[in-house]
Ligand binder design. Structure first.
Ligand SMILES: [Zn+2]
Length: 125
């Protein structure tokens, strides 16, 4: 009986901690924003566990590699990515994009052109 109560108390502590973490925002800059080219699943951020002699680090992994999400068998074997250099590269590119808004304009026009072609294609059917 006491064990059940203790377990319930631990669960509510974990839930409260998860709720607090969610209210503070995401811990990983690119979580859910990266798409796997192999299986088209999202890459999500994780923090490695602390091990002897090694500090925890952030990495991103494809959700297609999770067996439990895919009915017991992974649909992808793409490698995880080291988070720090990846986040730095994306952040630098974003800053460059903001310094050169014409790049953003060109990309918007490119995507609108593709969308226009897609609409033309869809209406021709
Ligand atoms: Zn994948």
């Amino acid at each position: 009986m006491n064990r059940c109560l203790l377990r319930r108390r631990n669960v509510s502590r974990r839930t409260a901690a998860a709720t607090r973490a969610q209210k503070q925002g995401t811990e990983f800059l690119l979580s859910g924003l990266l798409i796997c080219q192999r299986c088209h699943s999202a890459y999500c951020g994780r923090r490695s566990p602390r091990t002897a002699g090694r500090e925890p680090y952030v990495y991103y992994r494809c959700l297609g590699t999770d067996k439990y999400r895919q009915g017991g068998e992974a649909i992808c074997d793409n490698a995880s990515l080291n988070g720090s250099p990846l986040e730095e590269m994306v952040w630098a590119d974003l800053c460059d994009l903001l310094r050169h808004p014409q790049r953003l304009q060109r990309e918007l026009e490119r995507r609108m052109a593709i969308l226009g072609l897609a609409r033309t294609f869809a209406s021709a059917r």
